[in-house]
Design a protein around this ligand. Structure first.
Ligand SMILES: *Cc1c(COP(=O)(O)O)cnc(C)c1O
Length: 372
């Protein structure tokens, strides 16, 4: 029998899911173009161009992890380090296999078929997929300026959603919200409606734009914030992130979380990375320089881009897929964002300053006029 024959009846919301399309892996492109992996620069998944935190690597090298044993399900040391860092009780911290998994658990905790969630257009794909997976109803608020429309989200509260999702800064837009406006928003949301504030790029915000979101968690029992070790701390490959919420909400998330989701190496490395202040400083310095070079280069090319508060820039190029293909042949992997409804744009992660210079040169030889 044909192995593609449908015999099982799948739920409609599952059939409607689209597989997540990640940035093209370097090894894939190397094989496809028959070029060495060393000649390829991946700027497609917002990974840290400096690599992982050296303190995390050192902790892994010195540790004697017995891989025959299940990891610590409570992530005791990591939870203690996170609680200490943010000055919150340990019960408020929920660790997951990437913040994506904490986000998925939040969705599973708060939404079921028939319940509603409100989020902005151009929101993180993994959130949208998690909502679809549980069969909840999505209310998407337009974002014509590529910034989350907080008043628009508030306007949807009459529909009694169970969960509101906001990424600040956002991905793929890279735009951020005014802290005061976000605080007014939190004040306006009734306490029985949960808010998930995804802060995957929090560390990249300049200090004066970083909201005191931990203080908001203390104030609002309906607020969950999520952070990740994948971006600024350079540990995307280990899959570790966390959420912070008051104990009732945090406890629900822990019940929903499958057992043993965070391996011992990930727990150990993340605990060390959290204290690697030098690496974080270097990461931010590199990001600042690369961001300046790329954005200046894009201006010189006459391209529109969104002022970035993250480690990537969203650029309007005409035909996003075409320039991504073109750049692959120059050894650069960037991210088309048609899945977000942005076929005219590409998202470019910030690498090293020299890589940004070479990228701008490569882009200059693309015929934008022919790909309008
Ligand atoms: C990268 C990212 C995450 C988290 O990724 P994990 O690797 O799962 O921690 C979460 N939200 C947004 C908006 C992101 O871009």
């Amino acid at each position: 029998m044909n192995t593609h024959t449908r015999i099982i009846q799948y739920p409609a919301n599952i059939e409607a899911l689209k597989p997540y399309v990640p940035g093209v892996p370097i090894s894939d492109l190397a094989r496809r173009l028959q070029i060495p992996v060393e000649s390829i620069v991946k700027l497609a998944s917002n990974e840290n161009p400096l690599g992982p935190s050296p303190r995390a690597l050192q902790a892994l090298a010195e540790a004697r992890i017995d891989l025959s044993q299940y990891p610590d399900n409570d992530c005791t040391a990591l939870v203690a380090a996170i609680a200490e860092q943010h000055q919150v009780p340990k019960e408020w911290v929920v660790v997951g296999a990437g913040s994506e998994s904490v986000i998925g658990n939040a969705v599973a905790t708060l939404l079921t078929a028939g319940k509603k969630t409100v989020y902005s257009q151009y929101s993180f794909q993994a959130y949208v997929t998690a909502v679809q997976r549980v069969g909840a109803t999505a209310i998407e608020i337009p974002s014509p300026e590529y910034v989350v429309d907080l008043d628009g989200l508030l306007g949807a509260l009459v529909q009694e959603p169970s969960l509101i999702y906001i990424a600040n800064p956002g991905n793929p837009t890279g735009t951020c919200l005014d802290s005061k406006a976000l605080e007014r928003f939190m004040n306006a949301v009734p306490p029985h409606i949960a808010v998930l504030l995804d802060e995957a790029y929090f560390e990249f915000l300049p200090a004066h734009l970083q909201p005191d979101s931990i203080a908001w968690v203390r104030q609002y029992p309906n607020l969950l914030i999520t952070r990740t070790f994948s971006k600024a701390f350079g540990l995307a490959g280990l899959r570790v992130g966390y959420g912070i919420a008051q104990p009732v909400l945090a406890d629900m998330l822990k019940r929903v979380r499958p057992p043993f989701t965070v391996g011992e190496p990930a727990q150990l490395a993340a605990t060390a990375a959290l204290l690697d202040h030098d690496f974080l400083a270097q990461t931010l310095e590199n990001n600042e320089q690369s961001g300046r070079i790329l954005q200046e280069g894009l201006r010189n090319l006459g391209l529109r881009y969104l002022e970035s508060y993250t480690n990537f820039v969203l650029v309007e190029v005409g035909d996003g897929a075409a320039i991504a293909r073109f750049l692959e042949h120059q050894g650069f992997i960037v991210r088309p964002v048609n899945a977000y409804g942005l076929p005219r744009w590409v998202r470019i992660s910030l690498g090293h300053p020299a890589q940004m210079q070479r990228l701008v040169q490569a882009m200059a030889s693309f015929s934008f006029a022919e790909n309008k």
